[in-house]
Design a protein around this ligand. Structure first.
Ligand code: ADP
Ligand code: MG
Length: 596
């Protein structure tokens, strides 16, 4: 019998591989830019024609290659980045499969120019559909330029799936933005048919880079996040709750500076925001994760856009908790300042991984440490994350309690609705209703756990008629209602008797609160729909209906008590509707306003 099985020629194998790695211009750009980053480039220029369909050119000032290496690089599975399967664990470089260049070359007219220090002369290699057509000398500065023309010219079926030039250019721009966020110290530029789409000079940290990408205002609405648990770590910046909006969001996750996608981690982050933003709001997130390389698999897919964590629950919890903790601090409060302190995330100098980048775990952790600094301070003073965290958390709690040594802050009620507080760093305006809501919400949630019952027995019980639906709610809630302080008993039909009621403040109207709360729980509302579970639903509804109202005059003792209890809560700066309780105005801003 004649042999029917044979080994495919390289050119065919490469085209098959290209099917996985090279989907559209953006995937080519991603591979080439990652190679440039792996080569230690400081500046990377990307040019497109017709959205990359006619031309993609990526130039870098990285290490470059010798002629021998350049020729090898076009061979399948030729890589300088790993040598054995062992090395696959925790690869510090973007590349390691050695597939990109041969795959791209197999579906385009390809040219590579490169020059490495110590070489006599640079090299230019041309290929067509994967076959090398010329190897020449060229004179150029150190670095590499790859030009990819007529992508898919020999695979017309695939070319047909490409979108219009503008759409392809947009996807390229997105891909570069993600890499640029991971590498703030590297300068990037992207032009498309001679229009500049991105111009990102080398910057000091990710917040600067965010400013360069989407404007200073965005950068000023950010809040630093940092947490560590065993070998897992997360740091980054997230949007301040009062700046969040519904709809479009930017959310970036990085693992060892590699952008990746993981919807469940974004959901964990959103859980961290719970009650601090309205439900439909989509906070922007920029999170850099760390994990022991032995516990993550980045080689899930050739495009490496997915990552598998062996301790998935652990990393999700860490992200949720880190965000929660960040939202506890003063920095998360709404501000009147034009230029509030922007958080700082120090840049880690990236080694040219392929060329001797044996960076220890220790170092990489040190260098990414967060640091917060005030506007005037030079970035070099940015220190360890511990210090930054202490500053962030300590500054406010202390300054609130003791703005001036041991003296408690001075407080005033204004317009029967707000409390004005003088604190070390400026002024706080506190919404009395929102603040009390937060206080009650957390108290009730605690009493659900501890089983405390807070009601006061009435001399004359209330008799309240409900609708059948409402009566059902009262029946279903039984125990939870009791914990809020309402002791309720059925009285036949849809009528109930209330024997005991909570006393959240002296101006409390128990019957009205009970009716409003039961109505809300029976018929739903935006607020209770935002709750994560039944406990939260009841606590939110109770907090909202029971809190002291705007317009209520408070005496000085009540004002102080409310203020103090607010700052004993976990999230003092946010009510339960996702609105701020507090707006702050810093001394710096006041001084600026008065031209000091
Ligand atoms: P991988 O990145 O997975 O190693 P590639 O096919 O993308 O595979 O690249 C093959 C090799 O070519 C790389 O390992 C690297 O040594 C070299 N190379 C590619 N692009 C560049 C570049 N811009 N500068 C320097 N060397 C490069
Ligand atoms: Mg590569």
């Amino acid at each position: 019998m004649p042999r029917t099985i044979r080994i495919l020629p390289d050119s065919v194998v490469n085209q098959i591989a290209a099917g996985e790695v090279v989907e559209r211009p953006a995937s080519v750009v991603k591979e080439l830019v990652e190679n440039s980053l792996d080569a230690g480039a400081r500046t990377i220029e990307i040019q497109l024609r017709s959205g990359g369909k006619r031309l993609i050119r990526v130039s870098d000032d990285g290490s470059g290659m010798s002629r021998e290496d350049a020729l090898l690089a076009l061979d399948r599975h030729a890589t300088s980045k790993i040598g054995s399967a062992e090395d696959l664990r925790g690869v510090p470089t973007f590349g390691f499969r050695g597939e990109a260049l041969p795959s791209i070359a197999s579906v385009s007219r390809f040219a590579l120019e490169t020059y490495a220090n110590g070489e006599e002369v640079g090299t230019r290699i041309r290929a067509r559909g994967g076959t090398i057509t010329a190897v020449e000398e060229v004179s150029r500065t150190r670095g590499t330029t790859v030009a990819v023309e007529n992508l898919f010219f020999n695979a017309p079926a695939r070319g047909k799936f490409l979108k219009a030039a503008a759409a392809e250019a947009r996807v390229v721009s997105e891909a570069i933005s993600a890499l640029a966020l991971a590498q703030p110290s590297v300068g990037f530029s992207l032009t498309s048919d001679d229009r500049t789409l991105l111009d990102l000079p080398s910057s000091t940290d990710v917040v600067d880079r965010i400013g360069a990408l989407w404007g200073e205002e965005v950068a000023e609405q950010l809040l630093a996040v940092e947490a560590r648990e065993g070998s897992l770590g997360v740091r980054g910046v997230i949007q301040r709750p009062d700046a969040t909006r519904p709809g479009f969001r930017r959310a970036y996750l990085f693992l060892r500076d590699r952008p990746f996608r993981e919807p469940s981690l974004l959901q964990a982050a959103d859980r961290g925001y719970r009650t601090t933003v309205p439900r439909e709001h989509r906070p922007w997130l920029f999170l850099f994760l760390e994990a022991d390389p032995a516990t993550v698999d980045v080689n899930v897919h050739p495009s490496k856009a997915e990552v598998r964590f062996s301790d998935r629950h652990g990393i999700e919890t860490l992200v949720e908790d880190a965000i929660r903790t960040a939202l506890e601090g003063e920095d998360s409060a709404a501000t009147l300042d034009h230029r509030p302190r922007a958080p700082r995330l120090q840049v880690r100098e990236r080694d040219a991984g392929a060329h001797g980048g044996e960076e220890s775990e220790e170092e990489s952790q040190m260098a990414l440490f967060l640091a917060s600094r005030s506007p005037g301070e030079p970035a070099s003073q940015a220190d360890s994350n511990v210090q930054a965290r202490e500053e962030r958390q300590g500054s406010d709690r202390q300054s609130l309690d003791r703005p001036d040594g041991e003296v408690p802050p001075r407080l005033w009620q204004v317009h029967r609705s707000w409390i004005l507080a003088e604190v070390r760093d400026g002024l706080l305006l506190i919404d009395q209703h929102a603040a009390h809501e937060r206080v009650l919400f957390e108290e009730i949630m605690r009493s659900f756990q501890d089983g405390e019952e807070a009601g006061q027995r009435l001399l004359f019980p209330l008799t309240i008629r409900l609708t059948p639906a409402e009566f059902q709610v009262v029946e279903d809630l039984g125990g939870l209602l009791l914990r809020t302080g309402f002791e309720v008993e059925g009285f036949g039909g849809d009528t109930v008797i209330v024997h005991a009621v909570p006393t959240p403040h002296p101006y409390f109207d128990a019957e009205r609160c009970f009716r409003e709360m039961i109505e809300e729980l029976a018929h739903g509302s935006e607020l209770v729909r935002a709750a994560g579970n039944q406990h939260e639903r009841v606590a939110m509804s109770f907090a909202c209906k029971a809190a002291v109202k705007a317009g209520q005059i408070l005496d000085p003792r009540e004002i102080r008590e409310l203020f103090e209890r607010l700052f004993e809560t976990e999230l003092p700066y946010h009510d339960v509707h996702g609105r701020p309780t507090t707006v702050r105005l810093s001394r710096g801003e006041l001084e600026r306003k008065f031209g000091r």
